[in-house]
Design a protein. Structure first.
Length: 95
């Protein structure tokens, strides 16, 4: 997954289990949605725990997407807040 992100964007850990992926200027929301889907696809792959034969862990993620429109007055903090709100909305929709 790190390879996928590094090919297209910059990733940063915000908190224990919260990450942000910053796409370059000019990348549209469709590319962001495709990347979010790819990240979810990787995270949903079953993981076998080494040394514990037959023990499988399943994971997933809730992804929020925010796009800075050209000419918008939103700053980085506002953009991150919008993405955070979208992530919690996705999380509540999945429950």
């Amino acid at each position: 997954m790190a390879f996928l992100i590094h090919q297209l964007a910059d990733g940063v850990q915000l908190a224990g289990d919260e990450f942000a992926v910053l796409l370059p200027s000019g990348v549209n929301a469709d590319v962001g949605r495709q990347l979010a889907g790819a990240v979810n696809g990787v995270l949903r792959q079953p993981i076998e725990i080494p040394g514990h034969q037959g023990t499988i862990v399943l994971a997933g993620a809730s992804v929020g997407l925010a796009v800075h429109e050209g000419g918008s007055d939103i700053d980085a903090e506002g953009l991150l807040s919008t993405a955070d709100f979208a992530m919690y909305d996705a999380k509540s929709s999945a429950s």
